[in-house]
Design a protein around this ligand. Sequence first.
Ligand SMILES: [Zn+2]
Ligand SMILES: [Zn+2]
Length: 345
Amino acid sequence: MRPEDILAPTPAGVCCKLGAFHIDPTRTVERALITHAHSDHARAGHGAVLATQETLDLMRLRYGDNFAGTTQAIGYGESVNLGGARVTFHPAGHVLGSAQIAVEANGLRIVASGDYKNAPDPTCAPFELVPSDVFITEATFALPVFRHGDATMEIGKLLASVALFPERAHLVGAYSLGKAQRLIALLRQAGYRAPIYLHGAMVSICRYYLSRGVVLGELRTVSGADKAELAGTITICPPSALSDLWTRRFPDPVTAFASGWMRIRARARQYGVSLPLVVSDHADWSGLTTTITATGAGEIWVTHGQEDALVHWSETRGLKARPLDIVGYGDEDDAEAAGEGGSSA
Ligand SMILES: [Zn+2]
Ligand SMILES: [Zn+2]
């Protein structure tokens, strides 16, 4: 049996004929297995959805109760048999509830890792290395120029700026699912105890994280606050709000954007932010290549971003590699900066 007989790329996403399911389908299908709740992976309208409880809950928050015909929750380390395939979910370290999906049949294991990072994140379970024969990897930041560094250093930059400009407000653009909560949790780990203000689009997801035991400290909404009260404070907002009239309610705001793209100065200028913070929920070049090596996989399928460089790198290491060419996956930060982040933007 070839790997393609277990999982095959189709225009709707990776498909397992044996088990009659798709993983992170980009079109509506009968049965979907979903790695995490970001909107490019988790779409509404599938017949049946199998995902972690957190992913199902976050999809319900975003899309409403009728987001799928039926749902089934699965925990990390749990397996189910679907047709002739055995499916197991493992933590991906990307956002709360994010999973890699291992599909096994006839002694072959393919791991679809979804979006992942192998950097520490206080808001979700850490990435688990799952040995595999075929590893399907994302490629959002798959160029050697991308080195995300230590997120706590970036938090230090933000706090230094807050200390330097006590009369100004700090607005931090951050994707509303995952990045926003990670920034807040990192600020708390760094000892920042003041209330943190939220744009309205952040409130329901932050509340959900709180209900799952993630430590975020005191949160307030911006809408009730007057301008003077916001001096010296930190507000987390969707990146698209940074260029919005909404910013006028803040005293002389310093704008920051937390994203892996902030490694590129031209990007920071393009978004007009004065304080770029390199914080990403995706693996950087070194994270991608060390993870690929560590899985022991002899074959690498690359999707979701800059496929070519990672395919080339894999081939120079003697691995079989191919791009999957599935259209429809995009980077959350980029989409939301452009105001395409969907209902939660
Ligand atoms: Zn994602
Ligand atoms: Zn994605």
